[in-house]
Design a binder for this molecule. Structure first.
Ligand code: CTP
Length: 466
């Protein structure tokens, strides 16, 4: 802790606060992260008095290199200095009304300010005034909780969570990121207050979900969300994956736990957050397509296509970006069974070319998901699948080197076809275009202009166009 306090920035804050005769503390996540050894450049400062007056004083002391922004309505100010962001605010007391996350705010003492914090580990404060420089104020045993890896609210959790229900997701998110245990009373209160999540905006909910998904082991968060009943309220489609049904002694696997296993495995291979979302959703179409067949047992026909369609509604509801990112997740979900299916049928060049063409530059990401999707507990079977996927990978590489179909555009386009045959935009143009593309992907002709031209002329003749 001492080395942080040697930072000249803290010395400046200290001098300014003393000049103004204000108590001044660094507080919240920054202090927690000092003890967790997670360096951070976001510093929250609380003064007993006006945060804005303090910020103006600090700006004067730091000079031109500091940028000051004042938010009069909130009584807060922000200073950007080199790569550090300092938020300055007066200590406050908060009271909440039932229908809103927005508190009624009054000036208060440091203790009032610590009381309104979400978790004991987030209520730590370090004094910056010269006479108590570096003194730690830890009224709720936050340091002991960090040592014991425990998340607990400073006050009665029913009050903390009911006041600001976003904190329920923050609680689960911290447990996931830090691998901490949620203390029993705090955990029970998540269950009691879960319905309050309905007053939180979807943007804030998704911000927390994203942080859970980006964690090293996202399943910790999703299992907590499931067990507390929050998942059913915020992601009902994922909640619905859980459970095992048995008919005639035949059971299918629990798709919820399978999905989490896939997500955790994938998380060890990639930080691509959209690929992680794709892993979460890869089997989302299963409940809707589940059937029991007396001869073959459980089936989930077309669950990938149904899943792809469901994603449009899910992304819209979650206000996730519906352009490129959604299309990427949809593509991965649609194609997620193709590489394995390829092995089960026969790895023909033509099937590999089609997969390359459809996946394009996302083929490597697709293969990462397919490998993570192998969760069989039968070691020999899992090994066999993985080896087969290795063969597919090699084949993809060989074919791409030979035929360059990954970002393939057929050598003759619709415009040229219309000009050549003097056609308006019509079905025949599409038929010719598709025929050329299929012939190349099926290896009937090489991916070259002259071959495509001759093939097209022949086809046009058959169609009575020339
Ligand atoms: N806080 C709170 N209730 C919230 C949000 C924040 O009590 N719903 C308090 C906590 O004391 C927290 C501090 O405000 O430590 C700063 O919040 P923020 O910057 O959002 O989070 P951090 O705790 O710093 O963590 P992270 O940056 O990982 O979100």
């Amino acid at each position: 802790m001492q080395s942080y306090l040697k930072n000249p920035l803290f010395k400046t804050l200290s001098t300014c606060a003393d000049e103004l005769g204000m108590e001044c503390y660094v507080i919240g996540g920054f202090v927690r992260d000092i003890f967790l050894k997670r360096p951070s450049n976001d510093i929250d400062v609380v003064v007993v008095g006006s945060g804005i007056t303090m910020a103006e004083q600090v700006k004067k002391a730091l000079g031109k290199q500091a940028n000051l922004a004042v938010f009069k309505n909130f009584g807060t100010a922000q200073i950007k200095y080199k790569d550090t962001e300092i938020e300055l605010v007066g200590a406050r007391r908060e009271s909440y009304t039932r229908g809103s996350r927005k508190p009624i705010v009054e000036d208060g003492t440091l203790q009032d300010d610590q009381n309104r914090r979400d978790f004991t580990i987030n209520a730590l404060a370090i004094c910056l005034n010269q006479d108590r420089y570096g003194a730690l104020l830890d009224p709720f045993g936050g340091i002991t909780d960090i040592e014991n890896k425990i998340i607990r609210t400073p006050l009665d959790p029913d009050i903390t969570f009911s006041d600001d229900p976003l904190r329920m997701l923050r609680c689960i998110r911290f447990a996931t990121q830090l691998h901490f245990h949620i203390e029993d009373k705090t955990y029970q209160s998540l269950i009691t207050n879960k319905e309050r999540i309905k007053i939180v905006s979807i943007e804030r909910i998704v911000e927390e979900l994203n942080k859970i998904i980006k964690s090293p082991k996202p399943s910790i968060g999703f299992i907590l969300l499931k067990k507390t009943g929050l998942l059913a309220l915020i992601l009902p489609e994922i909640d619905a994956l859980s459970g095992v049904e048995t008919i005639n002694g035949k059971s299918h696997k629990d798709v919820f736990y399978h999905t989490l296993e896939v997500l955790d495995k994938l998380a060890t291979k990639t930080d691509n957050v959209w690929l992680r979302w794709a892993a979460l959703f890869h089997d989302v179409g299963k409940p809707a397509t589940k059937r029991f067949d007396k001869k073959i047992g459980w089936t989930f026909h077309n669950h990938n296509y149904i899943g792809e369609r469901m994603l449009t509604h899910i992304f819209k509801r979650l206000k996730l970006p519906m352009g490129e990112q959604m299309r990427y997740v949809q593509k991965i979900v649609t194609l997620h069974m193709r590489p394995i299916a390829l092995v089960e049928e026969e790895i023909t060049d033509s099937a590999v070319r089609r997969l390359l063409f459809e996946a394009g530059d996302d083929i490597d990401d697709l293969m990462i998901l397919c490998e993570a999707d192998i969760t069989s507990k039968n070691e020999a079977k899992a090994q066999r699948h993985l080896q087969n996927l290795q063969i597919v990978r090699q084949k993809l590489k060989d074919i791409e080197q030979k035929d360059h179909v990954r970002n393939f555009q057929p050598p003759i386009d619709g415009k040229e076809i219309m000009e050549l045959f003097n056609l308006p935009p019509c079905a025949e143009v599409g038929t010719l275009k598709t025929a050329i593309k299929d012939a190349i992907l099926d290896g009937i002709i090489p991916n070259e202009y002259d071959a495509a031209y001759s093939f097209m002329m022949q086809k046009a003749k058959e169609m009575g166009l020339s």
